[in-house]
Every structure is written in structure tokens, then in C-alpha cells.
Design a protein around this ligand. Structure first.
Ligand code: HEM
Length: 407
């Protein structure tokens, strides 16, 4: 970091937080931004980094979830993530009616998947595990495929599309021409892929969320075919490009705090507040966006109507006015109402599923890896600034303890 006496503009600090060189630790820049919790960038976009200010905007009906620039290519139909009431609420109701019953009682199944992944990969490569490639990525992919009814073996196709699309979520000024072209191609490939999948299901319904939305008997099923495609795309991408980072960031926190790793082995219930602290301290979704439908006053600063707003969730999560000792990883902190899953009407639909996956995965890693050590500190990170997390997370260990329940 450069000298503290130098006066940085908010745009400079934000640009620093986004730079790939700072991907492993953007937090000092967020901390500086948080001192000016509501501030305009030179390009007119507002940066909101205070916890209370972000929370208020997430719940204000005069703030729209539509965060696109007017000059951006507009899709024919918006997903619920960027829709406002009442259409948002109708779409969300259709999804939750199908989603919620399907994720209840999944913990044992998730536990079985985690055991299988650890056994398979550690027997191939004794003494070393890539927590991302061997566990944190395949686990959510398998689950979201099973839930939605997407063939798991299609991962090479939708995985490559998802990687290009999620990079496209980052601020456009951080992307290269090649990446922007790849983004357009990925959008086209995804439409084609999902149309094929919907046609297959039309011919042969199955017991999955896709069939439920297409043929369901719920209060507002079936879903309109275009909404169906857009919703499926949202769930597929959100379902596996985020949880991977929660599991990887949680593993990192445990390896950096051996006292907590030892405590987790002795006190399995610690995993619940521990995962919440990962969501606060190192959130997989670092920021979100909004636009204002009216002049909005936030503690004396007015964001004018028609402004684009970036909600820096990762900064709000370390706001010293809300969390004491914000830069310390403290699972026991009371009242940890972090912003990791957002808030208000767009609060993450997959929160329960993601929490369960992370809790089960971190418990298994703590229980089964004897003397785990980080191979590279910090690990290499993915390019993505918004859906931020390690690209690979190599961990070496003395031995893999058999799952106590299977011996
Ligand atoms: C650790 C994992 C995850 C994190 C950190 C995360 C984070 C978030 C955040 C911050 C939002 C709010 C965005 C906003 O207000 O602009 C959100 C919304 C959403 N998430 Fe997640 N998510 C995760 C996993 C999942 C999973 C597993 C699914 C689906 C299976 C999912 C589906 C969604 C959907 C559909 C929305 C939009 C909800 C709405 O607009 O009403 N997420 N997520």
C-alpha cells in the first residue's frame, strides 16, 4: 500500500481493490473506502461501503436491482436477481416453491458426497489435496446438477460458459476486449445449451426442479418458457460459482488459525458460527449493484435519482461502526448479521444449501486431514473480483483419517 498521508480518491481506492495484484487481500482498500461510506466515483457511480448504509439501500423500494448501464446490451427478459417488485416477487415465489422442499433433509446426502470426494482424490494423490479442484468445486456442481436436473457430465460445457459469464460480472473497465468477446459468445452458448435441456425435459419429464417449474402444480406454475430459461441460467451459475469460494475461503481461515482447527475437531458445533464468520470476513460475493429511482438521502449525503450504485458488501462486513475488531477472524463474535448473502427482498435463495455444503465440507476436512498445511501462501486467486476466491488451494497433510462412520 502507498503512503497513508497521500489523499486517494474513492475511484483510486476502488481501482486498487479490483487490481489482480491485490486479489489475495483487497481489504486494506475497502477499509479506507469505508471511512467515506457513501461517495461518488469520478464516472458518477456511487460507492457505498458502510454496513448501515448498504443495509438501508438493500431494503429501500426506491432502489432498483437493475444495475445495468443504459448503453449495455439489454436481454429480452430479466432474471429475478435484477427485477423489482412485483415481478421479482412472483418469480421468486415460483422458484422457492420448487427449491425449498428439494433442499430439505439433504445434509446426509451432502455428507456422503464429501466422503466420496475426499476418498477418491486422496487415494489418487496421497499427502496432497487441491481443496478447490478436488472438493470445493465438484461438490456444489454435483448438487446443483442433481437439484435442477442438469446432466453432471455436461460440466465441461456449462463450466466453461460459467467461467466466462462470471468474469463478465466484474466492472467492465477491468476486462480485456478478448474477455468481452468471450462473454458475448458464452451468453449465446448458454441459451443454446439450456434450450436443448428444456426440449429434452419437455419430451421426458423427471423428478427435478426444471420439470417442477415446467409442469408443476404450484400456485403459479408452470413458468413462462423465457422466464424458465433465464431462471435456470441464474440458478445454475449462482449454484456453483459461489459456494466453491465459501468452502475454499473457510479452509484458508482454518489453516491460518490452527487453534480454531483444533477447536473444531473437539467442538463440531463450532462449524455453524465459523461458516458465518467466513461469510463476513472473506465473502464469496464481494459486491452487488443497484440504481436509484429517486433521490436517496443517506446520513446527509444524497445519491441523486438515476444513479448507479455499487454496494461493497465486503467493505460493509468489516465496518468498524458495526463490527468490533473487524479484521480479526472471530467465530464467537455476537450478533454476526453479515452481508454475505445480501439482505432484503433479494436475500440469497441458496443460503441454506450453501451453508450446509460449507459446514459439512469444513467439518470433514478438520476431522479427516492429519496436520494439514497450506502449500502456497497466499494461494493463486481467480481473475474474478466480484465472485472472488482461490483458483487452486493445495494442502499437504500427513495422512487421511478414514471416515470414522465407515470403519
Ligand atoms: C456461498 C454461496 C453463496 C453466496 C455467498 C451467495 C450470495 C448471494 C448474494 C449476496 C445475493 C444477493 C445479490 C443482490 O442483492 O444483489 C444472492 C442472491 C441470489 N442467490 Fe446466492 N449466494 C450463494 C449461493 C447460492 C446458491 C447455492 C444458489 C442457488 C442454488 C443461489 C441463488 C441465488 C439467487 C437465485 C439469488 C437472487 C435472489 C433474488 O434476487 O431474489 N445462491 N446470493
Amino acid at each position: 500500500m502507498t503512503t497513508t498521508t497521500q489523499q486517494h480518491t474513492a475511484s483510486d481506492l476502488f481501482a486498487q481493490a479490483l487490481r489482480y495484484e491485490n486479489r489475495a487481500d483487497p481489504y486494506p482498500y475497502f477499509a479506507q473506502l469505508c471511512r467515506r461510506p457513501v461517495v461518488p466515483e469520478e464516472n458518477g457511480t456511487w460507492l457505498v461501503s458502510g454496513y448501515h448504509e448498504i443495509s438501508r439501500l438493500l431494503r429501500d423500494p426506491r432502489v432498483s436491482a437493475d444495475r445495468r448501464r443504459p448503453e449495455e446490451e439489454q436481454p429480452i427478459r430479466k432474471s429475478l436477481l435484477v427485477e423489482d417488485a412485483p415481478r421479482h416477487d412472483q418469480l421468486r415465489h415460483q422458484v422457492t416453491e420448487q427449491f425449498v422442499p428439494r433442499i430439505m433433509g439433504l445434509r446426509d446426502h451432502i455428507d456422503g458426497l464429501v466422503t466420496g470426494l475426499l476418498d477418491a482424490h486422496t487415494s489418487q494423490r496421497p499427502g496432497q489435496l487441491d481443496v478447490v479442484g478436488d472438493l470445493a468445486y465438484p461438490l456444489p456442481v454435483t448438487l446443483i446438477c442433481e437439484l435442477l436436473g442438469v446432466p453432471r457430465e455436461d460440466e465441461p460445457v456449462f463450466g466453461s460458459i460459467a467461467r466466462r459469464l462470471t468474469r463478465g460480472l466484474d466492472p467492465v473497465e477491468t476486462q480485456t476486449e478478448d474477455e468481452l468477446r468471450e462473454l458475448r459468445e458464452a451468453r449465446g452458448e448458454l441459451v443454446q445449451y439450456l434450450e436443448g435441456l428444456i426440449a429434452d425435459r419437455q419430451a421426458a419429464p423427471a423428478d427435478d426442479l426444471l420439470s417442477g417449474l415446467m409442469f408443476g402444480q404450484g400456485s403459479d406454475a408452470p413458468m413462462d418458457p423465457i422466464d424458465l430459461r433465464v431462471t435456470l441460467a441464474l440458478l445454475l451459475i449462482a449454484g456453483h460459482e459461489t459456494t466453491v469460494n465459501l468452502i475454499a475461503n473457510g479452509t484458508l481461515a482454518l489453516l491460518r488459525h490452527p487453534d480454531l482447527l483444533a477447536r473444531l475437531r473437539a467442538e463440531p458445533d463450532l462449524v455453524t458460527p465459523l461458516v458465518e464468520e467466513v461469510l463476513r470476513y472473506d465473502p464469496p460475493v464481494q459486491m452487488s449493484g443497484r440504481s436509484t429511482l429517486a433521490d436517496i438521502d443517506l446520513g446527509g449525503t444524497t445519491i441523486p435519482k438515476g444513479s448507479r450504485v455499487r454496494l461493497l458488501l465486503a467493505a460493509g462486513n468489516r465496518d468498524p461502526r458495526r463490527f468490533s475488531d473487524p479484521d480479526r477472524f472471530l467465530p464467537d463474535r455476537p450478533g454476526n448479521a453479515h452481508l454475505g448473502f445480501g439482505g432484503g427482498i433479494h436475500y440469497c435463495i441458496g443460503a441454506t444449501l450453501a451453508r450446509t455444503e460449507a459446514q459439512v465440507a469444513l467439518t470433514a476436512l478438520a476431522r479427516r486431514l492429519a496436520s494439514p498445511r497450506l502449500v502456497a501462501a497466499p494461494p493463486p486467486y481467480r481473475e474474478n473480483a466480484i465472485l472472488r476466491g482461490p483458483d487452486r488451494l493445495l494442502v499437504s497433510f500427513d495422512r487421511l483419517t478414514p471416515d470414522p462412520r465407515s470403519v
